[in-house]
Each structure stands twice: as structure tokens, then as C-alpha cells.
Design a protein around this ligand. Structure first.
Ligand code: DON
Length: 321
């Protein structure tokens, strides 16, 4: 993070993500490692080593990491940011809003009742499961059998290196996908999804996308891209500045689900969590910040991850509010 003191003649910049501060945050995260529980509704996720913890930052183009920053874990719901970014490459937000809203959710990320009760019966936002599944269906209409390849390519751009997905996790998601199947069939029943939707293909793509393997260094790069108005470390445009702004807005209001209000008070940064244990943040400061610890709170957000971000936010005055 950079703080700028405006000066008549020059600007003075301070580096604030020192390794010392990151280590302090990591130690705090370690203290909470016994809290929460790993996601076990996807059996393969229950097998992860629960005592891992990591923080990665990018500041002034420099990557700094502490803890288990090379450990790969599944991206899970964080990919929903990338899915919506791809959807925006094809359709305006106003058009997408006919199928998925941009309103915060008041219920858990896989809630059936929220879909039942939502206005026009469309998913309230693209970061809950129903919303992301509909976005995948929309992408399938555009890219057909190439859809997952396109997603993987865009994900690699966001994540700063070529990434792949875990076949085991994708298969495990498929085998335990009762709630996601309920959501997609409900959307079919309500006519939100056309009756010729290729349910199995859409779900397969969604499960593979959630199973993309990342580490905190990848997520810090993603954080950097969204914070730097869509431009990556090499100066390449991954998304437009306008699209980055939409993603930051959705992350701030919907990124940690029904915990988003609490998260705003505790951390004060746009963010997206995943049940793999990662949290990617965004800011407007052209920096990257991401954390990992696999045990989750009851909302599906990394327990230690939220506390590490809260510590950094307080220590470094990162809150945008
Ligand atoms: O569909 C699911 O339930 C998972 N693949 C993704 C859920 C998730 O990551 C929610 N995030 N906190």
C-alpha cells in the first residue's frame, strides 16, 4: 500500500506492507487457526491441511509473501469474479441484470429460499451459487464447447500465471452437488434459464471453474489487476477500468455474502472469499492483497483470513469507508 503526501513539487511515497507487519498479521492468523471448520460438504475439500496460513501482497510492482504462499488450494467462489468479468466482455451490466441482480444477499451463498423469494425470481447477485451458475449458462451460449477453456485462459490472466484445475475436486463437487442441482432446476422451472439449457455441461463447467488451483501469490496478482483498473503487472489490459469498477463494487457489497456488512466494518475493503479458504481483496491503490487459511466461519469466509485482513486494515488504515 502506498500513501502519498501531496507536495507542491513532488510526491513522497511510503511502502507500508513491510514483511514485519505481514508477519505480525500472520502470527495473529495462526492464533485463530483452530476456529471455524474446513468445508466438508465437498468431500475432497475436507482433506486439506487445515493449519496452513498465508498472506501475499503486491506493492510498487513487488510481490511479498509470508507463510504458506506456495500452497495451492481451490479458488472456489473467487472464480465468480472472473466469470462475471467474462460476462461483461459480452454483455452490458444492464443486460446481465435481466438474469442476475447486483443486490447483496441476506441468506447463505447456496440458499434455495433466497432464489425462491427474490424479485423476478432471478439470483440476487452473480457471487452466490445460483447467480454464478446462470452466468456460466450465459457464457455457454457464447462460447459453447470452448467455455471452460475461455474461463481458464481468463483466470490465468487474472492470476498472473497459467493455472489448471483439480480433477479430484471437480469430481467431488459433482458427486455432492445436490444443492447446486436444486438451484439450476429451480431456475429452469421458473423459466429463468431456457428449457434447452445443457444442465450437465453448465454444471461441469461451474465445478471445474471452482476447482481451479491457486495460491495467495496468484490471488495477490488478481487483487492487483482489479485494484489497478484492469491492468496487470506487465501493463496488459485484462479488463477495462469500467469493468474493474463494477467488480470492486460487487465485491464490496456481495463478496462475502451475508457477512458483507460485517466485513465492511471489520476490514473495509472490497473482497471475495471462497470455501477453499482464500480471500482476494481490492482497493483503488494499485496494490494487491490476498490471504489464505482453510478453516471457515459459518458464512463460508476464511476465519483466520478475515482476522488477518482486519489487523492489516486497522494497522495500515486500509478501510475505504
Ligand atoms: O458451489 C459451491 O458450493 C462451491 N463450489 C463454491 C462455494 C463458495 O466458495 C462459497 N464461498 N465462500
Amino acid at each position: 500500500m502506498r500513501k502519498t503526501i501531496p507536495n507542491k513539487f513532488k510526491e513522497v511515497n511510503f511502502i507500508i506492507y513491510t514483511e514485519e507487519i505481514l508477519e505480525e498479521a500472520l502470527n495473529l492468523g495462526r492464533k485463530y487457526l483452530h476456529e471455524g471448520a474446513v468445508a466438508d460438504y465437498i468431500p475432497e475439500l475436507a482433506k486439506v491441511e487445515a493449519n496452513k496460513v498465508a498472506i501475499s501482497t503486491i506493492e510498487d510492482g513487488k510481490l511479498t509473501s509470508v507463510g504458506d504462499s506456495k500452497i495451492k488450494f481451490s479458488i472456489q467462489s473467487i472464480v465468480k469474479v472472473i466469470l462475471y468479468a467474462l460476462a461483461m466482455k459480452n454483455y452490458k451490466v444492464a443486460e446481465l441484470k435481466k438474469y442476475v441482480g447486483v443486490r447483496p444477499s441476506a441468506k447463505p451463498f447456496n440458499s434455495v429460499i433466497e432464489l425462491e423469494l427474490s424479485e423476478k425470481r432471478i439470483p440476487v447477485n452473480p457471487f452466490i451459487n445460483a447467480g454464478a451458475i446462470i452466468i456460466v449458462a450465459i457464457l455457454h451460449n457464447v462460447y459453447r464447447e470452448k467455455t471452460f477453456d475461455v474461463i481458464l485462459k481468463k483466470a490465468s490472466e487474472f492470476l498472473g500465471e497459467e493455472v489448471d484445475y483439480s480433477r479430484e475436486i471437480a469430481e467431488s463437487e459433482k458427486e455432492s452437488s445436490f444443492t447446486n442441482r436444486t438451484l439450476i432446476y429451480l431456475m429452469l422451472a421458473k423459466g429463468i434459464l431456457p428449457s434447452d439449457t445443457k444442465v450437465e455441461e453448465v454444471l461441469d463447467t461451474y465445478f471445474k471453474a471452482c476447482s481451479i488451483l491457486v495460491n495467495t501469490e496468484n490471488l495477490a496478482h488478481m487483487s492487483y489487476v482489479i485494484s489497478n483498473d484492469g491492468i496487470d503487472l506487465d501493463g496488459k489490459e485484462i479488463i477495462t477500468a469500467k469493468e474493474a469498477k463494477v467488480l470492486r463494487s460487487l465485491m464490496a457489497t456481495c463478496g462475502t455474502y451475508d457477512y458483507s456488512g460485517d466485513f465492511a466494518i471489520r476490514v473495509g475493503l472490497p473482497a471475495k472469499s471462497g470455501v477453499g479458504g482464500g480471500i482476494v481483496t481490492a482497493s483503488k491503490n494499485k496494490n494487491g492483497l490476498a490471504v489464505y487459511a482453510p478453516r471457515l466461519d459459518k458464512h463460508g469466509n476464511s476465519y483466520s483470513g478475515v482476522r488477518m485482513l482486519e489487523f492489516l486494515s486497522q494497522k495500515l488504515d486500509l478501510s475505504i469507508y
